[in-house]
Design a protein around this ligand. Structure first.
Ligand code: ZN
Length: 295
């Protein structure tokens, strides 16, 4: 049993305790920059964190080459992802009760989802992408995009702020959530989506489950630990949803030790119905999406 001093955060299960971690052992290093990466999980709240601590993660994203920027999405892969993103965007719009006004896609990555979402909202609404690079990604060359400098002067100016698969990328998830919700106006909506540590496929694939994605993923949320963190940040929970993110292809690629390509993408599509079925039957989806209102 280790204390992991740097992560002595207030437990997300019980406010009167600090997290008590046990190691889940050594994991795959997807960056090729570490000797040893591991995940520790709290016995009390079930929340997981990645080791070693990385107070500043910007070096991991210097060039847009990590999976977060979909470097493999060209030609047919790109077209397939467009279709998948359109279906996901439709579902998201339904869950938030339609999109009115200005929408910020914080941590937009490749911008492919941002563009698709932007194409689907009505003319009076606008979807703006934002990320840590000052130049927009190619997908958003013709669309609204804010670099870190421009974004910093946009506090409380968005009707809806979405951050999909962003919160788990920083050691200080609490501080990052404060920053994210800071861009929403009062009574505006905040949508957070992160991978689910309890996903049934995480149990099946073990360390090869693509959603572990070390060292890029710093936090591994449970449904409750995400809800608790958002409530502590003054967000009123409106709804919680399970989301199936296609990760079978990349998990197979990890097991085979190969890089992700069209072959694995197609295999993932074939396996997708099985993935959905397993998640529906167990109630433990790939990702958790929480929609909240800023108090
Ligand atoms: Zn805990």
């Amino acid at each position: 049993m280790h204390s992991y001093g740097v992560f002595r955060m207030i437990c997300l299960g019980d406010d009167s305790e600090t997290c008590q971690y046990v190691s889940l052992g050594k994991f795959l290093d997807r960056s090729g920059q570490f000797e040893h990466v591991e995940v520790v999980r709290c016995l009390r709240c079930g929340h997981g964190v990645s080791m070693p601590p990385l107070p500043d993660v910007t070096f991991l994203y210097q060039n847009r080459e990590s999976q977060d920027f979909q470097p493999d999405a060209k030609g047919l892969s790109h077209a397939i992802k467009d279709i998948a993103f359109r279906s996901q965007a439709r579902k998201l719009l339904r869950q938030i009760g339609g999109a009115e006004g200005r929408i910020l896609d914080f941590g937009c990555g490749s911008g492919q989802f941002t563009r698709v979402l932007g194409e689907m909202v009505s003319g009076a609404s606008e979807v703006v992408g934002a990320d840590m690079h000052s130049e927009p990604p190619a997908e958003l060359a013709e669309r609204p995009y804010l670099g870190p400098k421009e974004l910093s002067s946009c506090k409380e100016s968005f009707d809806i702020v979405i951050a999909l698969h962003v919160l788990e990328h920083d050691d200080d998830a609490d501080g990052l959530l404060t920053t994210i919700s800071g861009y929403a106006r009062s009574r505006g909506k905040v949508v957070i989506e992160v991978p689910n540590i309890d996903c049934v496929w995480g149990m099946a694939f073990g360390k090869f489950w693509d959603a572990w994605y070390l060292p890029y993923h710093r936090h591994h949320f449970t449904r409750n630990s995400l809800v608790r963190l958002m409530q502590r940040n003054g967000l009123k929970i409106e709804s919680v949803h399970g989301v199936t993110v296609p990760t079978m292809g990349r998990s197979f690629a990890d097991i085979a030790g190969g890089t992700n390509n069209l072959f694995w993408l197609l295999l993932g599509i074939l396996a997708h119905p099985v993935q959905v079925l397993g998640e529906v039957l167990t109630g433990n989806s790939t990702a958790i999406r929480v929609i909240a209102v800023k108090e």
